[in-house]
Write a protein that binds this ligand. Structure first.
Ligand code: MN3
Length: 249
């Protein structure tokens, strides 16, 4: 029964007018997906590790070269390889009708696929100060929304800082755009869960210990205070603007 439901779900997903970037396709990723535009979602049926859009040491002193190297080359790379293995095994398990294997693989895919997506978003949420990192816009749609809902950029940072510090164990804190109610919304997700629907991720901050421990030890709050110096608000605004044409990550 579960197996049949999964098959139905996957078939329904594949039939959507807008091709999902999360479905394997013989002819490669959809061209209207920002993942495809960025050159790194599914290539030849596999998730691929994106290069950092800046040098490993470019975010110092807010985030060290050592953290960026380990975080990208080890943590993210591992999620990519685990995801590719698990999705290959999932297809085989579904073809074999092995419901137990399917269910076990889904939790692996949730962790590794979420880890891939979240980190790919995260690298682009950051920018060196020399490339505009940390500079909140002085006007425009994102500025207007933040002013309206949080009073100021500092007000938003405070709300996200409190939410991020409150994540128990490992997870993420997000600034999202709610596609249904059309408001900005701060949210958290545990482990490598995606930002909760119907939110589109504008800014995501990794609050796993591996994201800050080498630099900040156990002081997650100091990390959350300093990361604003390298947040790429241009990327956040571009994601917000893209939702108007129905394109989002
Ligand atoms: Mn991480």
């Amino acid at each position: 029964m579960l197996f049949n439901s999964l098959v139905t779900l996957l078939a329904a997903t594949a039939a959507l007018a807008r091709p999902s970037p999360y479905v394997r396709r013989e002819n490669g990723p959809s061209t209207d997906s920002p993942w495809a535009a960025a050159g790194y979602w599914l290539t030849n049926g596999n998730a691929t590790l994106p290069d950092l859009p800046y040098a490993y040491d470019a975010l110092q002193p807010s985030i060290s070269q050592e953290i960026m190297t380990l975080h990208h080359d080890r943590h993210h790379a591992t999620f990519v390889s685990q995801f590719n293995t698990a999705t290959t095994n999932l297809l085989a398990a579904m073809e074999a009708g092995n419901t137990t294997a399917v269910v076990r693989l889904l939790s692996t895919i949730n962790l590794s696929g979420g880890g891939h997506i979240n980190h790919a978003l995260f690298w682009r949420n950051l920018a060196p100060t020399s490339a505009g990192g940390g500079a909140f816009p002085s006007s425009g749609p994102l500025y207007d929304l933040v002013e309206r809902e949080y009073g100021s950029a500092d007000g938003l940072k405070t709300v996200m800082g409190v939410a991020g510090a409150g994540v128990q164990g490992s997870g993420w804190v997000w600034l999202g755009w709610n596609l249904q109610s059309e408001v900005l919304q701060v949210a958290t997700s545990p482990n490598q869960d995606l930002i909760p629907a119907p939110l589109v991720p504008l800014v995501g901050i990794d609050v796993w210990e591996h994201a800050y421990y080498i630099d900040y030890r156990n002081n997650r709050t100091a990390y959350l205070n300093n990361i604003w110096n390298v947040i790429n608000w241009n990327e956040a605004e571009a994601r917000l603007n893209a939702t108007a044409s129905g394109v989002y990550w």
